[in-house]
Design a protein around this ligand. Structure first.
Ligand code: SF4
Ligand code: SF4
Length: 90
């Protein structure tokens, strides 16, 4: 059974378009090349709202729509988990 507990939050390296979410601080909102509002990601690719010690979302209860739609165990999730370094070893 697929679980986030052994995964280094690979899905939190995807671009997150925003649709009026209010839980995202405005200083973490960027405009991409297409003019869409997106959540800021750090230089290493991870979302700025990810707690790096626990690898958990710091606004989980109010996370953006796109994050809510991401399906645990879905095709995209399984593809990300198959990438080198995706799973925790300890
Ligand atoms: S990629 Fe899948 S298993 Fe990993 S954190 Fe995201 S939803 Fe969980
Ligand atoms: S808002 Fe939360 S769930 Fe969405 S990408 Fe960022 S850390 Fe992950």
């Amino acid at each position: 059974m697929v679980s986030c507990s052994d995964c280094n939050a690979r899905c939190c390296r995807q671009e997150v378009p925003l649709f009026g979410e209010t839980a995202v601080p405005e200083w973490l909102v960027e405009v991409d090349e297409q003019g869409n509002r997106v959540l800021h990601r750090l230089e290493d690719g991870w979302c700025a709202l990810l707690d790096r010690s626990s690898m958990r979302c710091t606004i989980y209860a109010d996370r953006p729509f796109v994050c809510r739609q991401f399906e645990l165990g879905g095709i995209e999730c399984l593809e990300l988990r198959a990438e080198p370094g995706a799973l925790r070893t300890s």
